[in-house]
Ligand binder design. Sequence first.
Ligand code: FES
Length: 97
Amino acid sequence: MAKVVFLDQGLRAEVPEGTTVLDAARRMGVRISSICGGSGTCSTCRVSCVVNPENLSPVEPLEIAYDMGPGVRLGCQAHVRGDVGLRVVKIPKAVLE
Ligand code: FES
């Protein structure tokens, strides 16, 4: 099990290692966009891993394609491999339309 903390939401939980960040967020009741349902095609599930980013799975090629900036990951592509601290990255409304 790994501890997942959403620092900006004040929520924490333990999840099985291998769980995606998006699935962990959903279980915890964290509000996070996921327009494509987790298929990696919308980039709205962005999170910033600010504590122990090395405890997430390696960056996937499609994450690089989105050019999201340092430390930002797609919640549906990043798998939890150890304790992490995260923040939800707010997507501007104009991007979602
Ligand atoms: S939910 Fe769409 S890219 Fe992650």
